[in-house]
Design a protein around this ligand. Sequence first.
Ligand code: A2P
Length: 319
Amino acid sequence: MMKILQFRNGDTMPAIGLGTWKSKEGEVYKAVTEALRIGYRHIDCAAIYGNEAEIGQAFKDAMASGVVQREDLWVTSKLWNNAHRKEQVLPALQQTLRDLNLDYLDLYIIHWPVALKEGIGFPGSAEDFLSLDEVPLSETWEAMEQCAEQGLARHIGVSNFSIPKIKNLLSTARIRPEMNQVEMHPYLQQNALLNYCKQENVHITAYSPLGSSDRPVHLIQTNDPVLLEDATIAAIAEKHSCSPAQVLISWAVHRGTSVIPKSVSPVRLQQNLEAASVALDGEDMAQIAELDRGFRFINGSTWAREGAYYTTTAELWDE
Ligand code: A2P
């Protein structure tokens, strides 16, 4: 039985979704088609992943052949950093909807608390950033609220937001954010953020739950740990006759979060979905709790530099 996250208006989001970051063009159509065929009903997308049109084709074909109906599918997408000005948000959402072949999203979230100039994908220099004094997150959020009011996004939220940044947003929001999507796994458990969000009725989606070993090379350092090879996780997997990935996914579900493992392999897609039935016990959870080391695979260094709004990643994460 798939666990769900419950929203205030009665909508439900399947806890386990499919991640599509790093799923290449030419591969993602097959991955999404297969995922829908075997029962995934939550797909996590973003404009910046560069693959929404191909995912949209998979949605269109799956709906046309009766594999899934729109109302049974949860689709999330994300506003890229270069469209934070109020007049840019709705057009960005409309482009994503065209690409995905949808007329509404279940959830639209601000991808990062970072603003870039129009047309910039990733920053080459400090010049490419906009200051959040000039384009505050409250301005972007107002435009997100309008997207919700027009019915183009059933729910709105944020991603990569710290406790202070959520607090700040809540102080001006008319419509409260209902989701914060952040990196979360046994090496980055984020208990304070998890508890704060629970208290404020903001759901959490855990990204990079398997340690994103296929992340871009510039985000890999020689001594980075490999989450899927952790000895404690391996021992728990053996105890339950399941795979390490399934332990990691089940751990996220046990903590009441949504989780979006990425895969383009049919075998692993199936395995990841079946993680819902791995029943971790109190002892497993206690052992995994010990693994926390505050380690980020996605460390945010792209967004901090001399002359930019955040000069250090500590300012980005507020830690
Ligand atoms: P692949 O797409 O070839 O299956 P994350 O979700 O943390 O970003 O991690 C994604 C990485 O983990 C990808 O390299 C993906 O490879 C791999 N992966 C996904 N599912 C599993 C699994 N069940 N076992 C091992 N590796 C997996």
